[in-house]
Write a protein that binds this ligand. Structure first.
Ligand code: C2E
Ligand code: MG
Ligand code: MG
Ligand code: MG
Length: 282
């Protein structure tokens, strides 16, 4: 470290940065073997019809329990897996597992799987989705892929071609975390999304009475309706928030109020009870 380096100069040996880089390196190495070592599992969070309170599906959410580090948050390891080019093999495992599980559920219950932009830059991804469906026997209409706006940034043309192939199979597509990315609305009208998921930050803002957040939810609902798409409010934690997003016209709701991400057996018990017996809101 040079003595005369001035302020604002990046020091590779600055202790905090060193720890962060070391942690990344260690986690990345562990991540390479996590699937094979059986350290990954899926949880399933209920998605509910806002009007009837009936279960419409589950979102598969990945969990990593390392024997030494314990539970590592997806907010930490997903970006790491993306950077280290590990998201493709991990994502394949997620897709295969989620389809296999959902094939056991009632035929009214869908499964949503998160897909990173990186996975869609591989032309073989469409074939992989087709394989996961045939091997599990899950009808394509019961699989929903969740992508974020980032898919349409940079060289998004490959991603769009891959998405088109997947949509042609009958798989549904939803736009996750809407409103948090850099949106050019063009792709919204060009891509056949079934639903737009309104990010939790807007739901939170609206429930605190922020007029801007309320205006944004209203606008997204109107936009989705005019494009023939549903809207799902994410992160609904209270009865008041449920009533609010319902009044604002959201068609589906998801959040701790309706259920945390559940272990596979608990989700299965709800998913094979039939739509009539599923979670009643409140
Ligand atoms: P996401 O797809 O937007 O998933 C919703 C996140 O919000 C989940 O966090 C969920 O546990 C959390 N959540 C749900 N309801 C509530 C609520 O009422 N209150 C609060 N505070 N949070 C709620 P999680 O499981 O930590 O996942 C974080 C993100 O990691 C996901 O955001 C998704 O982008 C990514 N992710 C998770 N699993 C996968 C995966 O299998 N593949 C990929 N590519 N990404 C994944
Ligand atoms: Mg999601
Ligand atoms: Mg989301
Ligand atoms: Mg998110």
């Amino acid at each position: 470290r040079s003595k005369d380096a001035g302020g604002g100069v990046f020091h590779a040996y600055e202790p905090k940065l060193h720890v962060a880089a070391e942690e990344r390196r260690v986690l990345e190495i562990a991540l390479r073997e996590a699937v094979d070592k059986g350290e990954m599992h899926l949880t399933y969070q209920p998605v509910v019809d806002a009007g009837t309170g009936r279960l419409t599906g589950f979102e598969a959410l990945l969990r990593w329990t390392h024997p030494e580090f314990g539970n590592v948050s997806p907010a930490k390891f997903i970006p790491l897996a993306e950077d280290a080019r590990l998201i493709a093999p991990i994502g394949e495992w997620v897709l295969r597992s989620a389809c296999q599980e959902a094939a056991r559920w009632d035929d009214t219950v869908r499964v949503a799987v998160n897909v990173s932009a990186e996975q869609l830059h591989n032309p073989a991804f469409a074939k992989f989705v087709a394989q996961a469906l045939t091997q599990s026997g899950l009808p394509p209409q019961r699989l929903e892929l969740e992508v974020t706006e980032s898919v349409f940034m940079h060289e998004g043309t490959m991603a769009v071609k891959v998405l088109e192939k997947i949509l042609d199979m009958g798989v549904r597509l939803s736009l996750d975390d809407f409103g948090t990315g850099y949106s050019s609305l063009g792709y919204l009208s060009r891509t056949r999304f079934s639903s737009i998921k309104i990010d939790r930050s807007f739901v939170q803002g609206a429930s605190k009475g922020e007029q801007e957040a309320i205006a944004i939810i209203r606008a997204v609902v109107a936009l989705a309706q005019s494009l023939g798409m549903a809207t799902t409010a994410e992160g609904v934690e209270t009865e008041e928030e449920h009533h609010l997003v319902q009044a604002l016209g959201c068609s589906k709701v998801q959040g701790y109020y309706f259920g945390r991400p559940l272990p596979v057996n608990e989700a299965r018990a709800l998913a094979i009870r039939g739509p009539g017996g599923a979670i009643a809101a409140a």
